[in-house]
Structure formats: structure tokens, C-alpha cells
Write a protein that binds this ligand. Structure first.
Ligand code: COA
Length: 209
């Protein structure tokens, strides 16, 4: 039986990692990728146009799509567009990730090699759990949040929509990181972070500009 055909949106580093995850799982045929310019490349895959061509790609039988763009805001917008167009949105979960069977998953989620999700956590649509990050029990990771490489969240942590927790950051049990907040690389969150705020350092405090 033929595999569902998949288009990857994007061609950057994140798209390359996502493409490899889909290659490993071999449940889909990667039909190609979309990007702003035909000069962009994604391994040997064909350039299928920019995102204005998505409706035609769907009509042509490419039924599955994955938004592989690092920007949380752009990814959120793409997700809405893909839903509206009627694409099926699979998750890209590395076979080298470890997920509790009690994990609740949305769609279009990227979970990279070495990531661990412990029991009873919920991961919403479009989230990225990057390389070797860990999400402990009872976390809630909002839509299109990005948990960057080597970030560690203790139990009962809530991460709002679009929040970015940079490489090597961490959070103690029970804290809430508001929507679209940023935790700088190496920052340790020990109290709640307000929506949209950028914090850095140990303990993480507001970055004043
Ligand atoms: C927090 C962050 C987003 C801020 O970026 P920015 O707004 O461009 O900030 P700047 O580089 O202009 O730095 C502003 C100030 O904050 C300090 N700062 C920046 N990041 C910091 C960090 N992670 N920890 C401590 N201090 C930091 C800078 O030293 C600078 O201080 P100064 O004004 O006294 O010189 C960024 O520094 C960061 O940590 N990015 C992580 C990226 C990452 O992990 N990506 C993973 C992709 S998979």
C-alpha cells in the first residue's frame, strides 16, 4: 500500500531534523518542501513552491503537512492555515525520544532525539521538544512553545502558548511560564514568569534593555 504523501514547510536547520525523523519512521513519503525561494534546499527533496501553492499540493494528493519553521509565531500562523486548508498534520517524533504512554499529544509536534516526556504531561499543537530536553510529570506545554535543546522542566510546570525556553534552561516544580515569554539560555526559572517577558540568569530575572 502506498504511504501518505507529506510536504514539509521550511528548509532550515529545524526542517532538516524534522525530515530525518520522518525518514526514520518511514510512515510517509516526503513529497518535497515549501520555502520562500526556489534557491532554498532540503537535502535531495524537490522544492514544491511557496506556501501559496499549498492548496494545489493538497488537491494533487499531498494530504499531509508539517510546519517545520523555528519561529513560534510563524509556526502558529502556518498551523491555522494548514488546518483551514484541510491537511492532516502528523507529529514528528524521533524513535530516540522517550514518551510516557500517558502523554497527551496534539498535532504537528516535533520531538527530537533524546527528549524525554514523563507521565501525565500534555503537549499542545505545534510545540517543539528539542534535542535532549526533558519534560517531567504533569507538565502542560502550550501550542507552538519551543523547549530548546537540553532544557529541563521539573514536575507540574506550565508553559504558555508560543513561549521559548532556550538551550540549557530549567524550571523548578510548579512554576508557570506565561505565553510568548522567553527564558534565555542557561536560565533557571524559580518563580512564575509573566506573559511576553524575557528572563535570563540563575535565578532567572527580567532582562532589562
Ligand atoms: C535571551 C536571549 C533570547 C536574548 O537575546 P537578545 O534579546 O538578542 O539579547 P542580547 O544578545 O542583545 O543581550 C542583551 C543582554 O542580555 C545578556 N544576555 C543575553 N542572553 C543571556 C543569557 N542567556 N543569560 C544571561 N545573560 C544574557 C547579554 O549579555 C546582554 O547584556 P548586556 O546588555 O549587559 O551586555 C538570547 O541571548 C538567548 O539566550 N538565546 C538563546 C538561543 C537558543 O538557545 N536557541 C536555541 C535554538 S534551538
Amino acid at each position: 500500500m502506498s504511504k501518505p504523501r507529506l510536504v514539509i514547510l521550511g528548509s532550515g536547520g529545524h526542517a532538516k531534523v524534522v525530515a530525518e525523523i520522518f525518514e526514520e519512521c518511514s510512515s510517509f513519503e516526503i513529497a518535497g518542501f515549501t520555502a520562500l525561494s526556489p534557491t532554498e534546499t532540503l537535502f535531495h527533496y524537490p522544492y514544491l513552491g511557496n506556501d501559496s501553492q499549498l492548496a494545489q499540493l493538497l488537491a494533487g494528493g499531498i494530504t499531509h503537512a508539517f510546519p517545520a519553521i523555528g519561529s513560534n509565531r510563524v509556526r502558529l500562523r502556518m498551523l491555522a492555515d494548514l488546518h483551514q486548508l484541510g491537511f492532516t498534520l502528523p507529529n514528528a517524533i524521533s524513535r530516540y525520544a522517550i514518551l510516557s504512554p500517558r502523554t497527551k499529544l496534539g498535532v504537528a509536534i516535533a520531538i527530537m532525539p533524546g527528549a524525554v516526556v514523563n507521565t501525565c504531561s500534555t503537549i499542545e499543537d505545534g510545540a517543539i521538544l528539542n534535542t535532549s530536553s526533558s519534560i517531567d510529570h504533569d507538565n502542560h506545554i502550550g501550542a507552538c512553545a519551543h523547549i530548546a535543546p537540553g532544557c529541563h522542566l521539573a514536575g507540574n510546570v506550565t508553559v504558555g502558548e508560543g513561549a521559548f525556553l532556550a538551550a540549557g534552561s530549567a524550571a523548578i516544580p510548579g512554576v508557570t511560564i506565561g505565553p510568548w515569554a522567553t527564558v534565555g539560555a542557561g536560565g533557571v526559572v524559580i518563580r512564575d514568569i509573566t506573559a511576553g517577558m524575557t528572563v535570563v540568569g540563575v535565578p532567572a530575572t527580567r532582562l532589562l534593555r
